[in-house]
Design a protein. Sequence first.
Length: 147
Amino acid sequence: MRNYENLVIVKPTLTAEEIQANIAAIEEVITSNGGEIATTDSMGMRKLAYPIEKNERGYFHVIYYSVAPSAISEIERRFRLNEELLRFVTIKYDTNREVKAWNGLVEKAQKAAAAPAKTEEAPAAVEAPVEETPVATEAPATEAAAE
């Protein structure tokens, strides 16, 4: 089994429930083909670099998983059939160096998934007031007087 990463971009016109149903269907495609999902990272709604199918935004979701290389063609075929996906990319982590990087990404995603639950419980920190420094506004007036 090799390690893979999939970034999928879901259409922004869907409701939150429909987006989550699509993400669950994508994860089910991976697991039904013998994949083991290590972790996922929901990046949320983001602006696209260029419009895709007249959409300026998209819902980004990253899935880290292990699967046999022979299953990738079927997984990607099923992604192409899903009309709710704007784009997807599959990244293979093959060499020892890449596998080490994949493990680091998985740990980082797991920590990020656990962190929001802790930060919501903690009260917001009170910031000390910042003293404002006076801004010199005489420079434009002296230029007008010099002319």
